[in-house]
Design a protein around this ligand. Structure first.
Ligand SMILES: [Zn+2]
Length: 197
């Protein structure tokens, strides 16, 4: 089955889990938790700067940072990279003990500390040979407003909200459902029950 990256290179999805036959994104609640979390997280990560560049230039010179093209790690613990800094990351991961942190909460922090201490891949260190070289050729993640809309298609009594940072879905009653609930509660409170005196 075909694997596909969305927006940023690195995370890979089962194509058939994300898209229907017409190439449209499938409803979010039909996806596995892992795929949905990553997809939603990508809408948040897209257009963020490379972590390596950001550590070098800082908030004050954010404009000098390259936009991230690659994402590694787990959602919320991910590392964002431009092509230049990807080789530093891969060196850290393969040669400097980074792989021991895979799928741990220390993954991102460990890389950041290593990089921030001035460590880099040696000159000429080759990262990966990419098959899909052009990041602009990757499909874009759906935009946040579209995600919320898709999530609520067909739902009238309660609204689902998605946390765009974590991909978590929560439920929220609509005003209409809320009003109905209040009415029921009021009825219950004011009802006079017959007594058996
Ligand atoms: Zn960079």
């Amino acid at each position: 089955m075909a694997k596909v990256s969305i927006g940023l290179r690195g995370w890979r999805f089962e194509e058939s889990e994300l898209f229907d036959e017409a190439g449209e994104f499938r409803p979010l609640d039909t996806m596995s938790d892992s795929a949905r979390t990553r997809l939603v997280r990508l809408t948040y990560l897209q257009a963020k700067p490379c972590d390596g560049c950001y550590l070098i230039h800082g908030e004050a010179n954010k404009k000098r940072c390259k936009q991230a093209q690659i994402v590694y790690g787990e959602p919320m613990e991910e590392v964002l990279l431009c092509e230049t800094h990807e080789s530093d990351f891969l060196y850290w991961f393969r040669e400097a003990g980074g792989n021991q942190f895979i799928e741990t909460e220390a993954f991102r922090r460990s890389f950041v500390e290593w990089f921030d201490a001035g460590n880099r891949a040696p000159d000429g260190y080759e990262g990966l040979t990419h098959v899909d070289v052009d990041p602009h050729a990757l499909p874009d993640p759906p935009d946040p407003a579209e995600l919320q809309k898709r999530l609520n298609d067909g739902y009238t009594d309660r609204r689902k909200r998605i946390n765009l940072r974590t991909g978590e879905i929560t439920y929220e009653r609509t005003d209409q459902a809320h009003a109905e609930q209040n009415r029921i509660q009021q009825l219950d409170l004011s009802r006079e029950y017959p007594t058996n005196k």
